[in-house]
Design a protein around this ligand. Structure first.
Ligand SMILES: Nc1nc2c(ncn2[C@@H]2O[C@H](COP(=O)(O)OP(=O)(O)OP(=O)(O)O)[C@@H](O)[C@H]2O)c(=O)[nH]1
Ligand SMILES: [Mg+2]
Length: 436
């Protein structure tokens, strides 16, 4: 057969179908291709292959006008786009009982990374609960972004644009000084040092996300970032678990911040807490961010020139109560930091800002480590440590190298959390199990 024949027919659905038909029924491929579509159905029926895996797709294709040499390509494409998408009619009624949303701040350019994170959260958790998704952006979302994310979401979807005043330089920032700082951060090669939008993002996630119009209707959020992985099925509703157990904040990974991004954050915060002692919780987790002793023999000692140890909950994953951030006390703290200017003159991240507030203003029992969640956001991942998570099939961390589980890395602040906030921690050091 001529080369042109294969180029034309093999990639097509009809071509592949005919190859399958010929394998199943012994019919000649050429004969199959020469049949009209209706007669191919007859051939399939005669040969008793209507229950074949090809059948649903094949039948749908047969319903159109006959395919000819001239129109086969467009007809097949047409068929693909005209199929009634089941998700257009899907029932998006919420099943989960909490007043909660899955929340993503995201750019249009991150559509595919967003879809990937969404797909995993839906498969692992949300398809059983159908919590709504809330997407926020400093720009307008494109139609493609909305169409495709709505396709993955099992629940309601809402899209909002951040008001300009929450994503621009506040009037008290000296623009000349800011430009000098940007140049300095660039010269010193500080991570995201030269990026203005990154600073707006960090400031937004520190002081504005919880008071956006779309977020005002909720009490709880699960922060989701593009290009993250979720390795385990959730076997319960984390929002309900947190409400029932008096938790306000949940995290999975804790690591130290880059010191050069927050040189004055701790001293500014300390000044705030000294002049606002009423906001400090009686049984707070301050030691989690202040203990500079090595918890494990192989801890990396992070150099910071004051008592602050730079440990923070990695905020690209958060399940938390919005009302903590909406409280007058947190607002007072954020305004104080914002006035100090470090979101712009330095590069304060929302993770250390959240963590300092949480560690000082909540009782430690209100903060929860989700030790049963497997999660990855480059460059780190962590997976549960117990055997049952894998023998039950609940988690799949295949491809993740055990030695690279950040919980066991010297940079992890998790041992410090278990020492000062959570429960006892067992870790493996040089093949020995050590109970903290
Ligand atoms: N709409 C919008 N979202 C942003 C912008 N910058 C960051 N984000 C979002 O804010 C979150 C955090 O930003 P990332 O760029 O992921 O920052 P990061 O996690 O510290 O760093 P990498 O993931 O390593 O790039 C993500 O959900 C981003 O999609 C921006 O300029 N506009
Ligand atoms: Mg990220």
């Amino acid at each position: 057969m001529e080369f042109a024949f294969w180029i034309k027919w093999v990639p097509s659905v009809l071509g592949l179908t005919c190859i399958a038909v010929s394998i199943l029924s012994g019919l000649d491929v050429m004969e199959c291709l020469n049949h009209s579509r209706t007669s191919i159905i007859d051939v399939l029926e005669q040969n008793n292959v209507t229950n074949s895996i090809l059948w649903p797709r094949f039948t749908a294709q047969m319903l159109d006008t006959p395919i000819t040499n001239d129109n086969w390509e467009t007809t097949i494409q047409d068929y693909t786009y005209r199929a009634d998408p089941p998700w257009l009619e899907k029932n998006r009624t919420q099943i989960g009982v909490e007043n909660a949303t899955l929340f993503m701040l995201v750019r249009n350019s991150e559509l595919h990374e967003a879809l990937q994170s969404m797909r995993e959260i839906e498969d692992r958790f949300n398809r059983h609960y159908r919590y709504p998704w809330t997407f926020l952006n400093d720009k307008l979302f494109t139609e493609d972004f909305k169409r495709l994310t709505a396709g993955i979401a099992s629940g309601k979807v809402e899209y909002g644009q951040v008001p300009k005043e929450h994503w621009s330089l506040p009037s008290h920032i000296d623009e000349v000084k800011f430009q000098e700082c940007l140049r300095d951060f660039t010269e010193r090669n500080v991570i995201y040092g030269p990026t203005v939008s990154y600073r707006h993002m960090c400031r937004f996630n520190s002081g504005f996300f919880y008071r956006q119009e779309l977020m005002n209707q909720y009490d709880w959020y699960w922060r989701v970032e593009p290009e993250t992985n979720f390795f385990c099925d959730m076997t319960y509703d984390p929002f309900t678990m947190m409400r029932q157990n008096g938790k306000a904040y949940g995290f999975v990974i804790a690591i130290p911040e880059y010191p050069e991004t927050i040189p004055t954050l701790w001293n500014t915060s300390k000044a705030f807490f000294q002049s606002n002692p009423d906001v400090v919780a009686p049984d707070n987790a301050a030691q989690f961010i202040l203990d500079k002793d090595h918890v494990r023999p192989d801890d990396i000692h992070v150099d910071s020139d004051d008592e602050y140890n730079l440990c923070h909950f990695w905020s690209n994953f958060e399940i938390a109560n919005l009302n903590f951030f909406r409280s007058e006390q947190y607002q007072r703290y954020f305004d104080y930091l914002d006035n100090a200017g470090g979101f712009f003159y330095e590069r304060w991240g929302d993770a250390p800002v959240h963590t300092i507030a949480l560690a000082m203003m909540l009782n430690k029992s209100q903060i929860h480590h989700f030790s049963d969640i497997g999660y990855r956001h480059e460059p780190y991942y962590r997976c549960p440590h117990d055997d049952a998570s894998y023998t039950s099939g609940r988690c799949l961390c295949t491809g993740m190298k055990p030695g690279e589980n950040v919980d066991f890395s010297p940079i992890s602040c998790l041992p410090k959390w278990y020492m000062h906030g959570g429960r006892p921690f067992v870790y493996k050091y040089q093949d020995q199990l050590i109970l903290m």
